[in-house]
Write a protein that binds this ligand. Structure first.
Ligand code: HEC
Length: 161
């Protein structure tokens, strides 16, 4: 083998190695480029900054609307007298325990209802000791609001009319 031939072989081997090494690098660079462009494309479809802004606002909007929609029933504060009655008052007023006038007993409730709702509300909220026993303030649960106790009284009156 002459020196010249040797050199030729080395050069072509070098070129093959170079191309072999460059191709994966180029492929990788191309794939990374495509990936980055793809991520941008999924985030914001438009390249125009104004349009992109509008698009982002549009995407955020439904989230804000849902949050407002969920807050509404809480703020409205719908009081369920039946629920309060069944959760607490029923313990005494459902059975007549502790001398409580039984819900639905027209004879026991008639004279009480005749006192007027304001008196019943006052006795239920502030507590009351009468001839048959002691009605604890708010039925014994101070965490109840006045509105909840009133709603429960209304519910009991409804059962006893
Ligand atoms: C620990 C038992 C008990 C619980 C719980 C209870 N009550 Fe009473 N309640 C009584 C008793 C006893 C009386 C009768 C007092 C009397 O007239 O001597 C009474 C009476 C009442 C009266 C009639 C007051 C009047 O002026 O005649 C109302 C109204 C009333 N309760 C509402 C409620 C409501 C509303 C709840 C639930 C938030 C509740 N009670 C929970 C025992 C209870």
């Amino acid at each position: 083998m002459s020196g010249h031939e040797m050199e030729k072989t080395t050069v072509s081997q070098f070129l093959i190695a170079l191309v072999g090494a460059l191709i994966p690098v180029l492929i990788a660079a191309f794939l990374i480029f495509k990936l980055v462009m793809g991520i941008q494309a999924t985030h914001v479809a438009s390249n125009d900054p104004k349009a992109a802004e509008a698009e982002i606002a549009q995407r955020l909007k439904p989230v804000g609307e849902v949050a407002i929609g969920e807050a509404k029933p809480e703020a409205g504060g719908v009081v369920d007298g039946k629920k309060v009655y069944e959760g607490l008052c029923q313990a005494c007023h459902g059975t007549g325990a502790a001398g409580a006038p039984k819900a639905g007993d027209k004879g026991a409730w008639g004279p009480r209802i005749a006192q007027g709702k304001d008196t019943l509300f006052k006795h239920a909220i502030g507590g009351f000791t009468g001839k048959s026993g002691t009605m604890p303030a708010k039925g014994g649960n101070p965490a109840l609001s006045d509105a909840e106790v009133k709603a429960a009284v209304e519910h009991m009156i409804g059962l006893s009319k």
